[in-house]
Write a protein that binds this ligand. Structure first.
Ligand SMILES: Cc1cc2nc3c(=O)[nH]c(=O)nc-3n(C[C@H](O)[C@H](O)[C@H](O)COP(=O)(O)OP(=O)(O)OC[C@H]3O[C@@H](n4cnc5c(N)ncnc54)[C@H](O)[C@@H]3O)c2cc1C
Length: 480
């Protein structure tokens, strides 16, 4: 499968939002002869790389239209190419990391595999994860890693034991990625993006005979057939085994829209409701905070209920966002208030002594800046919140150590990095097969587990994808 993509890479390198029409038109022309999985994903990836972190819907739509015209949906409609007599037909629905992992396992077991994906190209959320560096896993002891999955840890234990942080690294290296481990143990590809890894992975899957259909949206089953809405109309597909890897319910524009939930409910699968996990916070700022939008709050401690985090956050126009806050989502979801310690490395008594030594002519702002050396954004946040409850004079130290973030709420579900809810453990057997639908397995973020950011999400998506793929292959062997 040739990529021949350099010309488009150069063009997309020049592409910037607001002035990209000419470049997109040229990219469109150069796309004419390409109809491979790689061509569509590479093109869309270039758009992702060019996008601002919040994306640009108009450009993404245009990229979709271009990719669609040259997509993979025209390859061998109605049946998988290359399926030899006697081979079982496996169907994987959802072309994200969990689905691709399941597909690889099924192909390795000698089955014909077709991956059906609703979007015009594969693994869009994975590519978006690459925009922030692609934190693949966390290099830490197994039990520590596992504890990040809280209540789901026991359930996921055998799956992650079979594909743990070391295995994730070996897997990525096997796809040609040089990795590095940050000071906190987070593991990234050195190139800090997902596209080279995905390109190598798709090439390997292609070599293993895996077939792909894009713009195939699964609509449920009819008379035992999986039904898809495709560019050529409604199509049925007969599969001997199916792995669903449909993602969670956030970032719908990348394909993870949770629209599959009613399809499973109709089959009698009791689902847990979706909720934001790893969510940003909304705060209704006064105009005084505007100059600080985009500024990072470093060296802080966030607190909500029983949870604490020392990670950073950024002040945004709509509130606060960043890894430091995401891990508090379960407590905030349960209604806990959010507090921040703006000086976690200074003890309360030291702070009290320093405040007592302040000359009466020095204002609190001057003291915060000169004595505590707080940056402007921390001082602004201190004033923004403390004025909302009129901090009594002399009580500033309490406010600094435990500043309430008034009006903090979770951002909407679709903006969350990941979601909790979905298919619960109780709906499946130990091999991730739905008890209500024999021969149908589930994997990835659509399962009801959650974890903080830090590489835990992809680790569990890959591990459950592999587990579902292996168990689907074993089920085919048992029922053959
Ligand atoms: C901005 C951002 C940054 C992130 N960074 C990281 C990170 O650094 N590290 C980390 O571990 N995680 C990260 N994540 C999370 C990670 O990307 C996801 O957890 C992961 O992609 C989920 O994999 P999945 O295969 O289960 O689902 P998805 O990647 O969501 O894939 C599901 C696929 O199913 C398809 N689909 C859905 N419905 C249908 C249907 N009816 N028919 C056919 N196809 C369908 C979708 O189009 C989609 O392609 C990040 C997420 C975001 C949004």
């Amino acid at each position: 499968m040739g990529t021949q993509g350099l010309d488009r890479v150069e063009i997309a390198g020049q592409f910037r939002f607001g002035q990209g029409c000419v470049h997109l038109f040229m990219a469109d022309l150069m796309q004419q002869d390409r109809g491979s999985a790689l061509a569509t994903f590479e093109f869309w990836d270039q758009m992702v790389q060019a996008a601002s972190p919040i994306g640009d819907r108009a450009v993404a739509k245009r990229a979709d239209r271009i990719a669609v015209r040259h997509g993979m949906n025209k390859v061998a409609p109605g049946g998988a190419k290359g399926k030899r007599a006697g081979m079982a037909q496996a169907l994987v629905i959802g072309g994200g990391p969990a689905g691709l992992m399941a597909a690889e396992e099924l192909a390795a077991a000698g089955h014909a595999v077709l991956v059906a994906e609703a979007k015009p190209s594969l693994a869009r959320k994975f590519l978006m994860a690459g925009k922030s560096g692609l934190n693949l896993t966390k290099d830490e002891p197994f039990e520590t890693l596992l504890s990040s999955y809280s209540e789901a840890a026991d359930w996921l234990r055998p799956m992650i034991a079979e594909f743990d942080a070391a295995d994730v690294q070996t897997w990525a290296q096997g796809l040609g990625q040089e990795l590095f481990t940050g000071s906190t143990g987070r593991v990234f590809p050195k190139v800090m993006k997902a596209s080279p890894l995905l390109r190598a992975w798709l090439e390997r899957l292609d070599a293993a005979g895996v077939q792909f259909r894009t713009r195939w949206r699964w609509l449920g089953w009819d008379d035992g057939q999986a039904i898809f809405d495709t560019p050529d109309g409604r199509q049925g597909f007969n599969a001997d085994v199916t792995v669903l890897a449909l993602g969670g319910a956030s970032w719908a524009r990348l394909g993870s829209d949770g629209a599959w939930a009613p399809l499973l409910r109709d089959k009698g699968v009791a689902l847990s409701p979706f909720a934001p996990a790893n969510s940003a916070i909304s705060v209704d700022w006064s105009p005084h905070m505007q100059p600080h939008f985009g500024a990072a709050l470093k060296s802080v401690r966030w607190m909500a209920g029983e949870l604490e985090s020392r990670g950073e956050a950024v002040i945004s126009a709509t509130g606060l966002e960043g890894g430091g806050l995401y891990s508090l989502t379960p407590a905030l979801r349960a209604g806990a208030d959010l507090f921040v310690d703006l000086v976690p490395d200074v003890t309360a008594s030291d702070l009290q002594n320093r405040l007592a030594a302040k000359s009466s002519k020095t204002t609190v702002s001057q003291w915060l800046k000169k004595s505590l050396k707080l940056p402007p954004q921390k001082i602004a946040l201190f004033h923004e919140m403390s004025k909302r409850y009129a901090t009594p004079k002399g009580q500033e130290t309490n406010a600094l150590k435990q500043l309430p973030i008034f009006g903090a709420g979770l951002r909407p579900l679709d903006e969350a990095i990941s979601t909790s809810g979905g298919v619960p453990r109780a709906a499946m057997d130990d091999g991730l097969m739905l008890t209500a639908c024999p021969g149908v397995f589930c994997a990835g973020e659509m399962l009801d587990w959650e974890a903080p950011t830090g590489g835990y999400l992809l680790t569990a998506c890959l591990a459950t994808g592999r587990w579902a793929g292996r168990n689907a292959a074993a089920w085919l062997d048992r029922t053959a």
